[in-house]
Ligand binder design. Structure first.
Ligand SMILES: [Zn+2]
Length: 415
């Protein structure tokens, strides 16, 4: 079982001085959705490890409708108020907050071409427990007023994800065993309890509370983590690691006709890769390639076997619209039984295809504002070895190379 590193959403205050710079850079700069991954425990039997040391996406089992449970803690701070709402009554406040949670969930379950549907989730329950996000109990909880040592300065929210690294793993006797490596068993979302400088507001209350962070943007971002996402370096992506400034929100507001409106195409593509809809005939395009150094001398000498750039942000731009269709973190590949090879490979999956659909592909380093550490904060999700896991079989061992930043890229004609 693996408890992922905390996935944090940071306040814009830490980058406020670079705000304009960010806008200028990201007009031409792009990044990538990144998905969490886990390597099966190759010290176990094949039936438990899956028989491969290739990284597996961390994701929920969506094969049975209604099995992803959700609950939120109605414990809200009163002094200061944790969540600013228009409705000031106790009951009305809960309804207003609950609607925001539903909207945030709806953004992720409203993406065409994904098997994550509203019916995939169980009914959103309430709990009065003020510490619902303490234990790995198999209850996917949202806590809006529970403190935690992970709330360092600038951390607005984080999600703690527990995933299985073997099939048949159980959190407790009362929870179902995992059916595959990478299966998310527990995902708790915690928002920073309000203090003198941090407060959150529902969309309805945001305009009159411009110093508050948008609850819906923060929740939607964290729920992306809970469904298996890492961070994206795409400026307008929901999974960008920095929160919108107080008074602002990410994307556009969802509506009943377009519940996924808040997401970017990068987020949507990532979701389709994580939870593909087998009946989707539109998003079936793949693009593959390699990012290689002009000189092999540019590659790290240790660990051995590194033949390409790692990591690299690779982005596919729709030629017709100029919009980012998707971006991915490239630099490695894996074929069963693994381990991962650092050969500079990248793969786009689930791109929309059509008669006149074409893409341009760019590569760039993660040299800020999003850095490799924002995306690869769980190194054992790609490589495990005897240093990370005593007794790890040598033939399935690999070691992450040092991060390649910065580098410049150009396209080799015909490649
Ligand atoms: Zn995050």
């Amino acid at each position: 079982m693996k408890i992922h590193s905390f996935r944090t959403l940071r306040a814009a205050v830490s980058i406020a001085m670079a705000g304009i710079f960010l806008l200028q850079v990201t007009a031409i700069s792009t990044g990538a959705y990144a998905l969490g991954s886990a390597v099966g425990d190759m010290r176990q039997t094949t039936s438990r490890s899956g028989g491969t040391s290739c990284p597996q996406f961390t994701r929920f089992d969506v094969s049975t409708p209604g099995t992803i449970n959700r609950q939120w803690s109605t414990s809200l701070g009163t002094n200061p108020v944790t969540i600013l709402t228009v409705n000031q009554t106790a009951a009305g406040r809960l309804i207003e907050v609950e609607n925001v949670i539903q909207q945030s969930l709806g953004a992720w379950t409203g993406v065409p071409g994904s098997s994550l549907k509203p019916a995939t989730l169980g009914t959103l329950q309430r709990t009065s427990s003020p510490t619902a996000c303490t234990s790995s109990d198999g209850l996917n909880s949202i806590c809006l007023n529970q403190n935690d040592t992970a709330f360092a300065i600038g951390v607005l929210a984080f999600t703690r994800v527990v995933s299985a690294d073997t099939a048949g793993e159980q959190l407790s006797a009362s929870t179902l065993p995992s059916t595959f490596v990478g299966q998310i068993l527990d995902a708790d979302v915690l928002l920073r309890p309000s203090d003198a400088v941090t407060k959150f507001a529902t969309p309805a209350a945001l305009a009159t509370n411009p110093n508050a962070y948008d609850l819906e943007s923060i929740l939607t971002h964290e729920l992306g983590h809970s469904f298996g996402f890492s961070h994206s370096a795409v400026w307008r992506a929901m999974m960008f690691p920095f929160a919108p400034p107080p008074g602002q929100f990410t994307g556009t507001r969802p509506g009943s006709q377009s519940p996924d409106a808040a997401l970017s195409d990068d987020d949507r593509t990532g979701l389709r890769v994580l939870y593909p809809d087998p009946n989707d005939t539109t998003h079936v395009g793949n693009i593959q390639g390699h990012i290689l150094p002009a000189s092999p001398l540019a590659l790290p000498s240790s660990p051995p076997g590194v033949t390409g750039i790692f990591p690299a942000q690779v982005v596919a731009v729709d030629n017709a619209t100029g919009a980012v269709a998707a971006a991915t973190m490239g630099g490695w590949s894996c074929s069963n039984p693994g381990p991962a090879q650092f050969d500079g490979s990248y793969t786009f999956e689930r791109l929309p295809v059509g008669a006149s659909q074409s893409y341009q592909v760019y590569a760039e380093p993660l040299d800020g504002p999003v850095t490799p550490g924002d995306v690869i904060y769980n190194p054992t999700g790609l490589c495990r070895n005897s240093a990370t896991d005593p007794g790890w079989p040598t033939q399935f061992a690999c070691t992450l190379p040092p991060f390649a930043t910065p580098f410049s890229a150009r396209v080799r004609p015909g490649s």
